[in-house]
Write a protein that binds this ligand. Structure first.
Ligand SMILES: [Fe+2]
Ligand SMILES: [Fe+2]
Length: 180
């Protein structure tokens, strides 16, 4: 696998870990047990800061390069590009709801649970589609010269949660995920 795809793939493994954590918190909330709203907020804040702002735009560059140069009307890719556009709004909505819940505003627990459940499911389906139908095609179709070209377009970015250096504001979430 090419380094860019490997990076995107390892991002997926990290996101899955985070979604598992979020799902666990959502189950606690659902069962009226003590859930950690602050940690959930941090987890979703991470979804905004890294997957929405970095991982998906990086995929956009690779996916678009593939479509432009190989001229294929790849159904999965078109759908995924479309989902990328809608994801920041979903994250923002969930973030706001969690913020309100944290601030102690009257919050419908069921609604928050449903929102979390749907968010987790959308994210998982999206990644599964990429892993099953897109990454293998990119891996076998794009030549080393293509990857070099793509590499040119990419700025080096750091993952604030799972990268080499954990950003200070994610230190507590990182510990919780590692101990989970
Ligand atoms: Fe994606
Ligand atoms: Fe992805």
């Amino acid at each position: 696998m090419k380094p860019i795809l490997e990076k995107l793939h390892s991002d997926h493994i990290n996101f899955s870990e985070l979604l598992r954590f979020l799902e666990h918190q959502q189950h606690l909330l659902e069962e009226c047990k003590l859930s950690d709203l602050a940690a959930m907020y941090d987890a979703v804040r991470y979804m905004k800061e890294y997957p929405d702002f970095v991982h998906h735009p990086l995929e956009d560059i690779v996916f678009r390069y593939f479509m432009e140069n190989y001229g294929q009307q790849h159904k999965s890719i078109e759908g995924l590009l479309h989902e990328h556009e809608g994801m920041p709004a979903l994250t923002e909505r969930l973030l706001e709801t969690l913020q309100n819940a944290q601030a102690g505003l009257p919050q419908d627990r069921e609604e928050l649970c449903e929102m979390l459940e749907e968010y987790i499911s959308v994210q998982r389906k999206h990644m599964d589609e990429e892993e099953a139908h897109v990454y293998p095609v990119l891996n076998s179709s794009l030549s080393p010269a293509d990857w070099q070209e793509i590499d040119h377009d990419l700025a080096r970015v750091e993952d604030p949660l799972f990268g080499e250096k954990v950003k200070q504001s994610y230190a507590s979430l990182f510990q919780q995920i590692m101990n989970h």
